[in-house]
Design a protein around this ligand. Structure first.
Ligand SMILES: C[S@@+](CC[C@H](N)C(=O)[O-])C[C@H]1O[C@@H](n2cnc3c(N)ncnc32)[C@H](O)[C@@H]1O
Length: 227
């Protein structure tokens, strides 16, 4: 895993979180991303039917805005990230939320979790940066920690959707990768919906939903652990 997600200032944090820095001031940027994530967290809560008895995991919790909202609606949420800078920021934001636990990870292992201990897992704007090997190892580890029937929600960018916004973005990413493969901090990794479906099944999950999110240029996927 890499350290590309460490940031040294809040402008860089916003840039990494949203892929750009279009805000007049840093405060305005943080407020705007916070609001956006709270709305999405509420939608996620309804979609996954999350409730007070549930224990879950967020992969790549970033600034902790989802966790901040969801903590009031769950029994417990573990939040993990590969970036200590993000974890430090998120812990500050969520200082009063006693049912959140933040963990630094540097392999694809959730060593802090027992087998079949989770009711659900989610991850937003993280798998858009990952490759098939990353997905494979995370699904394997999720198979261990999720209960049978538990749900995993995540989003990806897909080769099938290289149109409009992504036509330009893909070219930008390709050029950036060609010129310096290790420099691009938040490189998008385009996957195929079919390949993700096959990989999920091989790892013991069934695809419950695979839906293009209009306007967000992403595909959201819900998997259920079936074996
Ligand atoms: C674009 S930010 C999204 C943050 C948050 N999920 C959100 O939607 O607001 C991506 C986050 O994923 C983390 N990340 C990147 N690669 C990761 C990996 N392989 N495993 C876990 N987290 C990762 C980054 O450190 C960063 O916090």
């Amino acid at each position: 895993m890499n350290s590309k997600w460490e940031f040294t200032n809040l402008e860089e944090m916003l840039n990494l979180t949203t892929g750009k820095f279009p805000y007049a001031t840093i405060d305005e940027g943080i407020k705007s991303v916070f609001q956006d994530r709270l709305i999405k967290a509420e939608m996620l809560k309804d979609k996954l039917q999350l409730h007070k008895e549930m224990i879950g995991l967020e992969i790549g919790s970033g600034p902790g805005f989802y966790a901040f909202y969801l903590s009031d609606h769950l029994k417990k949420l573990y939040c993990c990230d590969i970036s200590s800078a993000y974890l430090k920021f998120a812990k500050k934001i969520c200082i009063e939320k006693s049912n959140l636990e933040f963990k630094l990870i540097n392999t694809f292992k959730f060593d802090f979790l027992a087998d079949a201990s989770l009711d659900f897992c989610f991850s937003t704007s993280v798998f858009i940066h990952l490759n098939y090997y990353d997905v494979f190892w995370y699904l394997n580890e999720l198979k261990r920690v999720l209960k049978l029937g538990a749900i995993f929600y995540f989003d990806i960018v897909t080769m099938e959707n290289i149109i409009s916004y992504h036509q330009i973005k893909f070219k930008e990413m390709a050029i950036s990768y060609r010129d310096n493969p290790s420099s691009e901090k938040n490189l998008l990794n385009y996957l195929s919906k079919d390949a993700i479906g096959i990989l999920s099944q091989k790892c013991g999950f069934e695809v419950v939903e695979m839906q293009d999110l209009e306007g967000l240029f992403k595909t959201c996927i819900i998997l259920r652990k079936v074996s």
